[in-house]
Structures are given as structure tokens and as C-alpha cells.
Ligand binder design. Structure first.
Ligand SMILES: CC/C=C\C/C=C\C/C=C\C/C=C\C/C=C\C/C=C\C=C\C(=O)SCCNC(=O)CCNC(=O)[C@H](O)C(C)(C)COP(=O)(O)OP(=O)(O)OC[C@H]1O[C@@H](n2cnc3c(N)ncnc32)[C@H](O)[C@@H]1OP(=O)(O)O
Ligand SMILES: NC(=O)C1=CN([C@@H]2O[C@H](COP(=O)(O)OP(=O)(O)OC[C@H]3O[C@@H](n4cnc5c(N)ncnc54)[C@H](OP(=O)(O)O)[C@@H]3O)[C@@H](O)[C@H]2O)C=CC1
Length: 423
């Protein structure tokens, strides 16, 4: 618990995780000062804190850009939490230098500015604890996040450097960081397409705030052995490659890596034509699509393996999904070899059956998916149709991208509710 007269200064404290941290500090007895740019965010935050019963004398707000923050005087400052950040999803191939710079300036330079301001105004003479909020983006190398990942990696490095440099002072300043995985009900989550992830593995704002306030900023000075390090709060998700294969994150296997690659290729879609092809693509041949009944014995082992892999991924997602809609989604794979496609269809229909999709609906899925496949496959290569549930990609994020390539073959995964109109 923070001490009753302690003061916490929280950048980006008007919304999301920062605001939750402010609430928790107030609940623990500290006073709180929050800054962000937009007065409307600050007003709403103050209203919320008041509505929770906190006296206005215990918190303050100010409209400040962390890129320009300076603190002339401070009566007391025990804890600095750097939560201010800006982000958007953008493939590196489309990111402008100014887009990259903007995020680096808000996140990394803004964090350094705030730290120096707090250090000069109080902590240099009195010590204190600085908590930086980073992320797992750079640990998992999330596609479309080169700018934010680079910024957060920089903050992790800053945490280590300053934690070491300031650990030996007479009044030590402890510098630590927390790296949450995707946090539910936040702007960051919404902006990056968090709805595509499995909610079971999300982190909550309260969990992050609890760790920050009750573990890292303890009144009794406990926890001082933890310094110059980043604490990952993500239910082991980035280690499990689970952001890319959320629905089946309990088992780690090469297929997870395939999902990562798929997402990378997808997000990098606009540049996919620049990717080197190890072997020439197969000639376009939509008509060579064959039904699963074909004998598979004559097919190459590699194709079998791929077919099994894709079929299994999607089948498992189908049977595990708790969403009735997801169970009835149609999938189309274009560009895989016929044999792989056949096996995948087989596997996937099995998954649908296990998931209890009525056979009439399966038939309808089949027709819809085949029609789409035929249209999509024009000019590509052999096509196969997979039916059932699976990747819950946000259409707005992906729909305008050209087909990505996997293993140097064009591949397109597509999903939609069952009853879609094919015009
Ligand atoms: C959680 C979701 C997860 C998953 C998604 C699904 C699959 C991925 C798989 C896994 C993900 C795994 C893990 C993710 C885990 C967690 C998320 C982690 C981190 C979250 C980090 C956050 O920081 S969240 C904070 C979000 N909050 C905000 O962003 C609020 C503040 N933001 C802003 O103020 C703006 O958005 C801003 C950052 C753009 C800054 O605004 P401003 O200073 O006004 O800048 P502009 O003048 O508007 O723009 C400056 C340049 O930037 C370019 N830009 C802006 N927006 C975009 C965009 N959308 N795409 C591309 N480029 C953009 C703009 O064009 C300017 O450049 P020019 O060259 O044109 O001048
Ligand atoms: N949401 C998630 O899943 C995850 C988030 N994180 C990190 O957690 C932190 C909070 O994110 P989240 O709650 O999602 O997002 P929010 O957008 O709610 O929080 C970001 C805050 O930063 C403020 N801000 C942005 N730019 C500036 C600036 N230049 N100067 C001062 N304040 C600024 C915003 O307010 P205003 O617009 O008024 O300035 C806002 O209050 C961020 O550091 C984020 O990177 C890490 C991992 C996962």
C-alpha cells in the first residue's frame, strides 16, 4: 500500500490503464496528479474519480503534452507512472517517417522527458519509484507494430539503464516497468483490433493497476529488490505465440508459428509482391480443384502435412469456439495444392461435425465457400475450400489487402457468416 501522504504522478492518467492506476493509488491512500493532452479526457477523468467518492483535494489534473513536460516545483512526488502513449496499426511498408517519429516521440521521448522532469523536481533529492508501462509488442514482434514495438523496446532499455544508474544514489530512484499483454476495455485494445483475440487470455486494467500500486509501489519499501527490469503481465501469451493463434493457445506447436507467419504476410500484404519466391508459383488452375473423396495416397507427403495442419487448426478452432456464430463460419483457402486442400477439407468438415453444425448448414457453407473460392482463385492457383469456424480477423483491418503468400504460394484465408450473398 502507498503511504497516506504519498503522491503519484501519472502521465496518460486520464483514460484506460492510467486512470485505473490513478483510482487504485487513491484507494490505497495516495494523492494523485494526472496529466494528458485533452481537456475533455481530463474533465471526464475528474468526474469519474469524484463519482467514485474521492475528494477533489486528493487529486489534480493538468493538460500537458509529455513531449514538452517540465515540472518547476513539486511539494512531494513519490511515484511516477508513465502510461501516456499513442498507437495505431500500420504495416511498416506503409508507415511514414513522421508516423514512426510521432509514436517514438510520445512513448519513448515522452517517457524520458517525464522521468527527467520528476527527477529534477523531486526524486534527485528524495528518491522514488518510476513505473513505465511498456508492452509485449516487441517481445512478440507483432506485425503492424514496428513503431510502437521500437518505442516500447526503447522504454525497456531506458528502464534498465536508469534503474542501474540511479540505484546507487543516497536516495535511490527505482526504475521498473510492466509490460501488459492485450488489456480488455481499453483504447489501445480497440485500436489494434483486440476483438480478434480470445477474451479468456486478456489482462484486465485492474490486474495491471494492482501490480503497479500494491507490488511495485509499496509503502513499506518492500519489493526494492526488483529494479531495472520489466515485469511481463500477459498470462504467458507472448511466449506461447498466442496472439496469433489465440483460440488454441493452450498447445504450442509449429502451427502457431504458421499463424504468426500468416499474420505477418497478411499485414505486410501491400508489400507481399516484393517477397522473394523460392520456387515459381503453380500455374492458375481453378478447375483442378477436387472433392475430398479423391484418393490421397498418391499425393506428396508435404502436401498431406500442410493439409492436415490447416485442417487441424481450423477444426480445433471450430470445436473449441464458444461462439455459435464462429462455429458456422465459412473458410476458403486459395492457393494451396489440391492434395493439401482435400485433406484440409476433410479435417475441417470433421471439425464442423464435432462442433454440431447441422448438415444442411454445412452444405450451404460448402456452396457459398466454393463460389467465393472460385471467384478468388481466378488468376491464382489451385484452390481448396475449408468450412467452419476459425480466425476471427477484423474485416476492416485485412479486407483491403491483397492475398498474402505462405511458403511462397499465394494464400488467402477468408471468413464470413454462413449466409453471405455472393454477387
Ligand atoms: C490489443 C490488440 C491486439 C491485437 C490486434 C490483433 C492482432 C495482433 C496480434 C496481436 C497483438 C498483440 C498484442 C498487443 C497487445 C497489446 C497492445 C499494446 C500496446 C498498446 C499500445 C498503445 O499505445 S495503446 C494507446 C492507444 N491510445 C492512443 O493511441 C491515444 C493517443 N493517440 C493519438 O493521439 C494518435 O492516435 C496518434 C498516435 C496518431 C498521435 O496523434 P497526433 O500527434 O495528432 O498525430 P497525427 O498528426 O494524427 O499523425 C502523425 C503521423 O502519424 C501518422 N498516422 C497517424 N495515424 C496513423 C494510422 N492509423 N496509420 C498510419 N499512419 C498514421 C500520420 O499520417 C502522420 O504522419 P504523416 O507522415 O502523414 O505526417
Ligand atoms: N491497451 C492495451 O492492451 C495495452 C496498453 N499498453 C500501454 O498501456 C498504456 C495505456 O494504454 P491504454 O489505456 O490502452 O490507452 P489510452 O489511450 O487510454 O491511454 C493513453 C493515454 O495517453 C495520453 N496521451 C497520449 N499522447 C499523449 C501526449 N503526447 N502527452 C500526454 N498524454 C498523452 C492519452 O490522453 P490524451 O489523448 O488526452 O492525451 C491517454 O490518456 C500505454 O502506454 C500503452 O502503450 C500496453 C500493453 C497493452
Amino acid at each position: 500500500m502507498a503511504s497516506a501522504d504519498s503522491v503519484a504522478f501519472i502521465t496518460g492518467g486520464s483514460t484506460g490503464i492510467g486512470l485505473q492506476i490513478a483510482e487504485n493509488f487513491l484507494r490505497s491512500g495516495s494523492k494523485v496528479f494526472i496529466v494528458s493532452r485533452k481537456p475533455e479526457n481530463l474533465r471526464a477523468a475528474a468526474e469519474r474519480l469524484k463519482s467514485l467518492g474521492f475528494e477533489e483535494s486528493r487529486f489534480g489534473t493538468a493538460s500537458v503534452d509529455v513531449r514538452k513536460l517540465c515540472l518547476d516545483k513539486f511539494k512531494r512526488l513519490d511515484y511516477l507512472v508513465n502510461s501516456a502513449a499513442g498507437n495505431f496499426m500500420c504495416p511498416a511498408a506503409n508507415l511514414t517517417p513522421n508516423g514512426f517519429r510521432t509514436v517514438i516521440e510520445i512513448d519513448l521521448i515522452g517517457t524520458f522527458n517525464s522521468i527527467r522532469a520528476a527527477f529534477d523536481a523531486w526524486m534527485r533529492d528524495h528518491g522514488g519509484v518510476i513505473v513505465n508501462i511498456t508492452a509485449t509488442l516487441h517481445l512478440a514482434a507483432v506485425p503492424g507494430q514496428a513503431h510502437a514495438g521500437a518505442a516500447k523496446a526503447g522504454i525497456d532499455a531506458l528502464t534498465r539503464h536508469l534503474g542501474v544508474e540511479w540505484s546507487c544514489r543516497d536516495r535511490p530512484v527505482r526504475v521498473v516497468a510492466v509490460a501488459p499483454g492485450p488489456v480488455a476495455d481499453t483504447l489501445g485494445f480497440d485500436k489494434l483490433g483486440g476483438a480478434t483475440l480470445d477474451r479468456r487470455y486478456l489482462v484486465t486494467k485492474s490486474e495491471v493497476a494492482d501490480i503497479v500500486v500494491n507490488l511495485l509501489c509499496r509503502r513499506d519499501g518492500g519489493g526494492a529488490a526488483f529494479n531495472a527490469q520489466t515485469l511481463v503481465l500477459d498470462r504467458a501469451q507472448y511466449l506461447a505465440f498466442a496472439y496469433f493463434d489465440a483460440a488454441s493457445s493452450r498447445s504450442v506447436s509449429p502451427r502457431c508459428c504458421e499463424c504468426r507467419l500468416l499474420l505477418a504476410r497478411r499485414i505486410d500484404g501491400r508489400a507481399s509482391s516484393e517477397l522473394p519466391a523460392a520456387s515459381p508459383p503453380s500455374p492458375p488452375s481453378v478447375s483442378s480443384w477436387s472433392p475430398p473423396a479423391q484418393s490421397l495416397d498418391r499425393r506428396p507427403a508435404r502436401a498431406k502435412c500442410l493439409g492436415n495442419t490447416y485442417g487441424n487448426i481450423l477444426a480445433r478452432r471450430g470445436s473449441r469456439s464458444r461462439s455459435p456464430l464462429a462455429k458456422r463460419r465459412a473458410h476458403v483457402i486459395v492457393g494451396e495444392s489440391t492434395a493439401a486442400g482435400c485433406l484440409a477439407v476433410d479435417q475441417f468438415e470433421h471439425g464442423q461435425r464435432r462442433a454440431g453444425v447441422p448438415s444442411a448448414e454445412m452444405r450451404q457453407n460448402s456452396q457459398t465457400a466454393l463460389a467465393i473460392a472460385r471467384r478468388l482463385a481466378q488468376g491464382l492457383t489451385n484452390c481448396a475450400v475449408l468450412l467452419g469456424s476459425g480466425l476471427r480477423l477484423q474485416p476492416s483491418l485485412w479486407s483491403d489487402l491483397p492475398p498474402p503468400r505462405i511458403a511462397n504460394r499465394p494464400l488467402l484465408l477468408w471468413n464470413a457468416p454462413t449466409r453471405i450473398a455472393v454477387s
